[in-house]
Design a protein around this ligand. Structure first.
Ligand SMILES: Nc1ncnc2c1ncn2[C@@H]1O[C@H](COP(=O)(O)OP(=O)(O)O)[C@@H](O)[C@H]1O
Ligand SMILES: [Mg+2]
Length: 428
């Protein structure tokens, strides 16, 4: 049983790349903590520092209440599973599972019993006499997990263990990981770039971007009440609407969010009103999930945007509409570039280009719009116009080219400063 505490843990790679920036984090005894973030944000680096495979540049790591910065990996009582859990090809599944116990000179009767018990929990008891080469990808990953956990470590670390499996197998194994680690009660830190995996598996999720912790909380907390615009955008299943608005308080009667072509009012009775009013005269970022927007029925009044339907998109279980309303689009605010804080020899053009390329390449798959093609910067004056993305449900409701009134659920607007921090800080 073990707790993990990171106190200002920082990693600078040789050459000056700041991969993890002053990370503060705690995983409680028996907790399943998921580290979530786009590829290249420093998740593996963090996990490897906890395992002892990577040196900590600054800050402290505590394992089970003891400082562990300089403990050798084998003295940390930690087991780790990687994306391609490598197995011993010439040993059977049974031989793979029992190997860690054999080298620890465990009692053979106990080893036999433990291997059978674990293989049942992992649904590989039918494969015990087969070699890894004859197993499916999902079965191999189960064996890799079993082999890591067979010695009952106090801390279980998993680095994207499902990302090489097909979608069906991922879902199945996800459920089993969840029940296995909970049944064993072993503290687990699980790394993924997949927000669905994080939401479905975690007791709590820690979201990272560019080496910086963005948010931490239960899945419901970080989804419904995100601390930063990055978290809100990264956890959205459809693309989050991020709009620029200037805060006004005309005659102090109410709050006006001025989107230029449109205004939305917020009464003083809104719980966020006071916090927002402190930004009077400034531009803020308003995040709206597509399901907080809806077609406004005729003859109804209320907060709404007017626009023209540019296109409709069919997603099987729902339609999405892209509506032009002339509202400024905002980019997802990012932490400063990792290299900017480390001037030691990497400030030259070559280093910059390489790091930029690395970031673009690595971020392309999960988070393309904001990283690869920056939109207008907050406060830069000339703004690209947003398409409002509206979730329509099972019927398309509008036709392309049609005039549209879009109802806004004001209670679900998420309000951020230009640096991406929530204006009405969530309670954690
Ligand atoms: N050994 C290394 N030397 C220099 N830079 C590295 C090294 N390992 C990783 N990096 C860089 O650190 C950043 C974080 O990498 P990593 O922790 O692997 O991210 P993730 O697991 O979130 O995809 C990336 O930009 C990566 O290129
Ligand atoms: Mg990684």
């Amino acid at each position: 049983m073990s707790t993990v505490v990171l106190d200002n843990v920082t990693k600078v790679y040789p050459g000056g790349y700041l991969a993890v920036d002053r990370m503060n984090l705690r995983a409680d005894d028996g907790e399943l903590l998921v580290l979530l973030g786009p590829s290249g944000c420093g998740k593996s680096t963090l996990l490897r520092m906890i395992a002892g495979l990577e040196e900590i540049t600054e800050g402290d790591l505590w394992l089970g209440g003891k400082i562990a910065n300089h403990l050798a990996p084998r003295d940390r009582d930690v087991a780790m599973v990687f994306q391609n859990g490598a197995l011993y090809p010439h040993r059977t599944v049974r031989g793979n599972l029992s190997f860690p116990l054999e080298i620890a000179k465990a009692d053979p009767a106990m080893v036999r019993e433990r291997v059978i018990e674990l293989s049942k929990a992992l649904h590989i008891d039918e494969t015990l006499d087969r070699r890894p080469g004859t197993l499916s990808g999902g079965q191999r990953q189960r064996v890799a997990m079993g082999r890591a956990i067979v010695r009952q470590p106090s801390l279980f670390l998993m680095d994207e263990p499902l990302s090489n499996l097909d979608a069906g197998m991922r879902t199945e194994l996800r459920m089993e990981i969840s029940s296995l680690v909970r049944a064993l009660g072993v503290t687990t830190i699980y790394v993924t770039h997949d927000q669905v995996e994080a939401l479905t598996l975690a007791d709590r999720i820690a979201i990272m971007n560019r080496g910086v912790l963005q948010d931490i909380g239960t899945p419901a907390q970080v989804y419904n009440d995100p601390a930063t615009a990055f978290t809100a955008a990264f956890l959205s299943s459809q693309q989050l609407n991020l709009l620029g608005a200037t805060v006004r308080t005309p005659q102090n009667q109410y709050i006006l969010l001025d989107f230029g072509t449109h205004q939305i009012t917020m009464p003083w009775t809104d719980p966020r009103a006071y916090a927002v009013s402190r930004h009077t005269g400034s531009m803020i970022i308003v995040g709206i999930r597509p399901d907080a927007l809806a077609p406004m029925p005729e003859k109804m009044d209320g907060p709404c945007f007017m626009g023209r339907v540019r296109t409709l998109e069919y997603h099987g279980h729902e339609w999405l509409a892209y509506v032009e309303a002339g509202i400024p689009a905002m980019a997802v605010p990012e932490p400063p570039d990792p290299r900017a804080k480390n001037g030691n020899g990497n400030g030259n053009g070559g280093g910059r280009a390489r790091s930029m390329m690395r970031r673009l390449l690595s971020s392309g798959e999960e988070f393309p719009a904001e990283e690869a093609a920056p939109q207008s910067q907050p406060g830069s004056g000339s703004h690209r116009r947003a398409d409002l993305i509206v979730r329509l449900g099972a019927r398309p409701f509008w036709k392309a080219g049609e005039h549209a009134r879009v109802a806004v659920d004001v209670s679900r607007l998420m309000l951020f400063t230009q640096s991406g921090a929530r204006i009405d800080p969530p309670r954690r």
